[in-house]
Write a protein that binds this ligand. Structure first.
Ligand SMILES: Nc1nc2c(ncn2[C@@H]2O[C@H](COP(=O)(O)OP(=O)(O)OP(=O)(O)O)[C@@H](O)[C@H]2O)c(=O)[nH]1
Ligand SMILES: [Mg+2]
Length: 355
């Protein structure tokens, strides 16, 4: 099962151990000095990226994590042991938020990246530490400090370079399976894909990029229709969108209307998504009616600076050009200053569409 949102994970780091009050007692050593050791620090709660994980499913069942308490100090300057840390493994792309404030505490991306989210309490100092010229027999020691306590929400946002979007049944998963190593389910009906799929695509000898396929969007998705827009978070971090449109007569929807519907739903979810560069794939070119529709959307979308490529994900025709363009776009994107203004691609309202 694919789970990409979990709320209310309670974390309690370990309390620090108490410092000891003790005095040295040895034969022939009258009035031995203070020798109470320090308490150990409490264990931390640490999150760590595990590359082999793809979902937050485990957290549906386990929502409480407690790290170990630090040991108490003892006589003869003996320090308490440090409390045991708890290491929680999460998939790459996990965002950790404070449930109370919504503040982002960490955004874990790279393999083995680690972050301490709840810090263990410091151990208290033993009385040996309080000895001074004015107080040779201190009878006080500190208690350990409490470990931090926090409730967090986890959100998984896939780390893909390119996201595939489009209406249900447009051929998104077919395209993903053609271009990448992923083998998503493909079927001749809408809503075959129920959760995002990732695949890695090889371009050239030593370069790869990650391609994500998300469930199809329909009109009203932002209101929860179809599978809604909840999976769009998985393309929020992509740099480029590959917009797949079924241009065959069998699609039963005007391809320009399809284009606008998907963009409108994305805009409702996150306006930043529609300012990402889009490459449009006119898919199912092997079917009837496709060549005419392709010419039409190429002309219309060309006017607003969007390139349309004719493809048959089924036969594989046109895929080389897709890869070439993606490579160019990724190279171009890499060079762009991160805060440079994004081109505004979408002013489709000016086009009168035949619905
Ligand atoms: N003839 C033809 N059929 C295609 C082509 N691309 C995809 N299909 C078919 O279209 C149907 C839907 O393909 P999918 O890849 O499952 O579509 P999707 O966009 O992932 O659909 P959802 O996951 O339901 O949103 C399948 O029966 C595919 O075999 C194509 O280029 N030509
Ligand atoms: Mg699919």
């Amino acid at each position: 099962m694919f789970v990409d949102l979990v709320a209310g994970i309670y974390l309690k780091a370990g309390n620090g151990g108490d410092g000891a009050v003790s005095f040295r007692r040895e034969k022939f050593v009258p009035r031995g000095g203070p020798d109470g050791g320090d308490g150990g620090d409490g264990g931390d709660i640490i999150f760590e990226v595990d590359e082999g994980m793809f979902t937050l499913m485990d957290f549906r069942y386990q929502k409480h994590f407690r790290a170990g308490r630090g040991g108490n100090g003892a006589g003869r300057q003996k320090s308490g042991a440090k409390g045991e840390d708890v290491v929680i493994r999460v998939p790459p792309g996990t965002v950790i938020k404070d449930s109370a404030t919504g503040r982002i505490l960490a955004d874990l991306v790279s393999p083995y990246e680690r972050v301490v989210i709840a810090r263990g309490g410091r151990g208290g100092r033993g009385n040996a530490r309080f000895k001074s010229s004015v107080n040779r027999t201190p009878r006080t020691a500190e208690s350990g400090e409490p470990g931090e306590e926090i409730t967090v929400d986890l959100e998984l946002k896939s780390l893909a370079d390119v996201g595939i979007i489009g209406l249900p049944n447009a051929g998104k998963s077919t395209l993903l399976s053609r271009l990448s190593n992923a083998r998503p389910a493909v079927a001749p009906y809408p809503f075959t894909t129920l959760h995002p799929n990732l695949g890695s695509v090889r371009i050239g000898d030593d370069r790869t990029f990650v391609l994500a396929d998300v469930p199809g969007l329909i009109e009203g998705a932002h209101l929860g229709k179809g599978l809604g827009t909840r999976f769009l978070r998985h393309i929020q971090r992509t740099r480029i969108l590959l917009h797949v449109i079924d241009v065959s007569a069998a699609a039963g929807v005007d391809p320009l209307f399809a284009f606008e519907t998907v963009n409108e739903e994305m805009r409702q979810f996150d306006p930043d998504l529609v300012s990402k560069p889009q490459l449009v794939i006119a898919n199912k070119m092997d079917l009837e009616g496709a060549p005419e529709n392709f010419s039409r959307i190429k002309e219309h979308l060309g006017k607003i600076g969007i390139k349309v490529l004719p493809v048959s994900a089924k036969t594989g025709s046109g895929l080389d050009a897709v890869l070439r363009d993606l490579q160019d776009m990724l190279d171009g994107e890499g060079k762009r200053e991160s805060n440079a203004p994004l081109p505004s691609h979408l002013q489709l309202k000016e086009i009168d569409m035949e619905r």
